[in-house]
Design a protein. Sequence first.
Length: 57
Amino acid sequence: MPLLAEKRHYNNLKYGYARGYEAYQYVENIRRYMKSIVNYHRVQENQTITFLKRLWK
């Protein structure tokens, strides 16, 4: 998508210029957010397991 902002590429396109970097950045932000959510849940799970192990000793 970022290539669509370069003249050598958008000259050959039906709809011309596109701000491809914005779409790329949007997807990267979603991926970063998803990774943080997954990591948060891993930490919570590990804390719960640790707590339960201490409780049952």
